[in-house]
Design a protein around this ligand. Structure first.
Ligand SMILES: Nc1ncnc2c1ncn2[C@@H]1O[C@H](COP(=O)(O)OP(=O)(O)O)[C@@H](O)[C@H]1O
Ligand SMILES: [Mg+2]
Length: 398
């Protein structure tokens, strides 16, 4: 493999080391220049793809923080290369192409690419992508600088929509926000998060919790099932009557998950017993899902007052199956009764939810109001601007 080296350590240790693989000379040069100008990366250029896929592993010996691959010269081969390199899970893999084609983007993402750079390269977008790669970088010693963010979904009562919202939020993180995300169903033993995404995984959270002594990154990864959106899933077992799940074991499971994923989404159902665990306090945010009925309101009130003392900033209220001007309790009354604002309102849409269940198409990838609101929740959780604020013509995943 021919290489052009262009790396100097002049920028210090805060700089990413990047491999740039681009058979097309001029386009590679342009990107290399943009990377050099960013002052955030040192670049090693490769003017050809590795001759064979198995040669790809040689690239990894260099310990690059990021590997950027031209998709255009030979898209199929490049995608296989992405998959191979992303599976190794050390460097952030990015792709670039002048063809901003949603299908190609989805395929690249499924192969494991974290970023899709539209060529000609936008300097701002490049710098954002480098920033994200940087925050994902391994520190010496192997541990990530920061663990992934934990989002916990729960409800005061079964049937309010915790699973529906949690699953689609996780899909939106993986698909719309292109974040490395895992969904863990802790509504044991009979949670149905995987099922609601049309999946029947071989392994479950019970396998992790029953083998907690040998639970590490490698073991954990083998228990996961990949959804078409790119989301990894660890479902509930659905058959063990009793899963011995101490909060300690769950804590370890989540710690392993947070080491490997940027976002860990937990469906906690109505498991109030989980709320006093140590790991619970590490959550980035809690989404309490509720409906506008009196029993739901009462339980939500209990949940909030008991577990989320006075000014818990991390708590977001999600009013599900909301119907404007319905005869039920209205929004104002709810906010007053709970003495906090409702952050998210998800309309009732039986037909859409039903279609999702029957056809296993996540709401979050649909052009429905529910889908859009849940996408918005996910974008806000990862600090992305809302869809409307975004540049026109850049709606990748419908
Ligand atoms: N916004 C909604 N509109 C219509 N039906 C919904 C909505 N949210 C949830 N449902 C339906 O309500 C039922 C319970 O939802 P689920 O997410 O399983 O609740 P939970 O996990 O809180 O028990 C499911 O049949 C689901 O399809
Ligand atoms: Mg549920």
């Amino acid at each position: 493999m021919e290489t052009h080296v262009n790396d100097s350590d002049a920028f210090g240790s805060n700089v990413l080391s990047v491999a740039l693989i681009g058979p097309h000379e001029q386009r590679r040069r342009n990107l290399a220049n943009a990377l050099a100008m960013s002052r955030a990366a040192t670049v090693r250029e490769y003017s050809a793809y590795p001759a064979e896929l198995k040669d790809a592993s040689r690239l990894l010996e260099h310990d690059f923080d990021a590997i950027i691959i031209d998709l255009e010269a030979s898209p199929e081969y490049a995608l296989e290369l992405v998959e191979r390199l992303a599976a190794a899970n050390t460097a952030t893999v990015m792709v670039y192409s002048t063809r901003v084609d949603p299908n190609l983007m989805v395929r690249a993402m499924r192969a494991g690419a974290r970023e899709f750079l539209a060529d000609p390269i936008d300097v701002g977008a490049l710098s954002d992508a480098l920033g994200r790669a940087s925050s994902r970088r391994q520190v010496p010693g192997g541990a990530k600088e920061t663990g992934g963010k934990l989002f916990v979904f729960l409800g005061g009562k079964g049937g309010v929509g915790v699973t529906t919202v949690a699953c689609n939020f996780a899909v939106a993180l993986a698909q719309d926000c292109m974040r490395n995300t895992v969904l863990i169903d802790l509504d044991l033993p009979l949670g149905d998060a995987a099922l609601s995404l049309g999946m029947t995984p071989q392994f479950s959270a019970a396998d992790a919790l029953l083998n907690v002594d040998r639970l590490d990154s490698n073991f954990f990864s083998k228990l996961l099932t990949k959804h078409a959106s790119g989301l990894s899933i660890l479902g509930a077992p659905g058959r063990f009557p009793n899963v011995p799940a101490s909060n300690e074991a769950i804590g370890k499971l989540l710690a392993v998950a947070r080491r490997d994923f940027e976002f860990v989404v937990v469906d906690a159902g109505s498991r109030f017993d989980l709320t006093d665990a140590d790991w619970f306090k590490q959550a980035e945010a809690f989404y309490v899902v509720m409906q506008a009925g009196i029993p739901e309101l009462r339980n939500t009130h209990r949940l909030i007052t008991e577990f989320f003392k006075a000014e818990e900033p991390k708590l977001e209220l999600v009013l599900n199956r909301y119907m404007p001007r319905s005869l039920g309790v209205d929004e104002g009354h709810i906010e007053k009764a709970l003495s906090r604002p409702i952050q998210w309102k998800i309309p009732s849409d039986y037909a859409t939810v039903r279609r999702m269940q029957n056809e296993a198409v996540p709401l979050a990838s649909e052009d429905s109001t529910i889908g859009k609101i849940i996408q918005q929740m996910a974008r806000s959780a990862c600090g992305m601007p809302s869809k409307q604020e975004k540049k026109k013509g850049f709606s990748l995943f419908k």
